[in-house]
Design a protein. Structure first.
Length: 365
């Protein structure tokens, strides 16, 4: 086995079956090895979103709770229940604050030091679908099924402008410098200038988009998007060109994230990795740097460099650097199992029915 570097990373993923996964990733030559660290039922409803900030992990569910964990100590910290309805979006700003969006149309600002809710911001008239925090940390954008885009002042917790989109925005992402943002609308993704909200680029697809990241590499901006046709597409924001189509999943892409990891301690630059999950439980890792290099060399077929099969219906994913793999002890495993059994058994049947219904609704759409 290859010696592990200091750039091990932790992937966290939620599922319809209420199970929360912690997967450790590390380089083994040119490949990534994925090793499960923890697997346990975290909620009594299916998990809709996860977020990681520093050592903190948060998961949101249809059970209306946000569960909190310390990744470093692998310990549950408690839960938050400020909002009504399903928790739909979780975004950290650094290690100090977290934002949560809910089915009730609110966005909450949480301080991670003591997990106090500093402000419950109201404005949307429908479910919050996605939140994105500006790189400065001073404002955030959110999209909702009320077909509006809202800006929030995070310094005072006040709502700013509301923009009518005319259609439902499902995912929103700022770019690295905060001068542009992108919105995913079913079969389209549009890029806007932040200064005047003018659309400057559009990407279309016959199959529904399901997930998106706005990423900058070597000074160039890219949109990386997953879709129901099982393909991950990489677009150039400047040219509008489809650069690469990553095929390897056997079921629809549910979510994806990007993390930068050093391949070895002697490397000068980190390598960007795409981590994607599909509804059949498969998790794959792709080397974005090599893919973009391959595009320049006219290569059009790419393979993942690591995978893990959770064998459940995965729904959401996030990742963070800095955690070495340490197998869970039998004592820890027993304690986690005992803690979760009491809360999960009572509503297991109802939760399974709820998850099936939600999946059927998505397929009908």
């Amino acid at each position: 086995m290859a010696q592990k570097t200091t750039e091990d990373f932790r992937i966290v993923a939620g599922s319809y079956e209420r199970i929360l996964y912690g997967i450790d990733g590390y380089w083994s030559g040119d490949s990534i090895t994925l090793q499960p660290v923890f697997i346990f039922p975290a909620h009594i409803g299916c998990i809709k979103c996860v977020g990681v900030g520093g050592q903190f992990l948060a998961s949101g569910s249809t059970d209306e709770f946000i569960k909190l964990y310390d990744l470093k100590r692998r310990k549950e910290l408690g839960h938050l229940n400020q909002q009504q309805g399903t928790i739909t979006s979780l975004r950290f700003y650094g290690k100090s604050h977290m934002l949560s969006g809910s089915e009730d149309g609110t966005v909450c600002i949480w301080r991670t030091k003591d997990w106090e809710c500093l402000k419950t911001m109201k404005g949307h008239k429908g479910r919050v679908n996605s939140i994105s925090v500006h790189p400065s940390g001073k404002l955030a954008l959110s999209v909702s099924n009320d077909r509006t885009l809202r800006m929030w002042n995070l310094l005072n917790g006040h709502k700013g402008t509301a923009t009518k989109l005319g259609r439902e925005g499902e995912v929103i992402e700022w770019n690295k410098d905060g001068q542009q943002y992108a919105i995913l609308y079913a079969r389209e993704i549009e890029v806007y200038n932040a200064a005047d909200a003018e659309a400057v680029q559009k990407f279309e697809n016959r199959s529904r988009f399901t997930s998106m990241k706005y990423y900058q590499h070597a000074g160039e901006d890219y949109i990386i998007a997953g879709s129901e046709d099982r393909v991950i597409r990489i677009y150039s924001v400047s040219s509008g060109e489809l650069l690469a189509s990553l095929k390897g999943h056997s079921s629809r892409i549910k979510d994806l994230t990007i993390i930068e990891s050093l391949k070895s301690q002697s490397d000068a630059a980190s390598i960007p990795l795409i981590i994607s999950i599909s509804s059949d439980g498969m998790m794959k890792v792709w080397n974005l740097s090599e893919i973009l290099k391959g595009v320049q060399e006219k290569i059009d077929v790419f393979s993942s460099i690591g995978e893990y099969n959770a064998q459940v219906r995965l729904t959401c994913v996030d990742a963070v650097l800095g955690y070495k793999y340490k197998p869970i002890s039998k004592k820890e495993e027993l304690n986690q199992s005992n803690d979760e059994e009491e809360g999960s058994e009572a509503e297991e049947e109802n939760s399974d029915e709820e998850a099936e219904e939600e999946e059927e609704e998505e397929e009908e759409e």
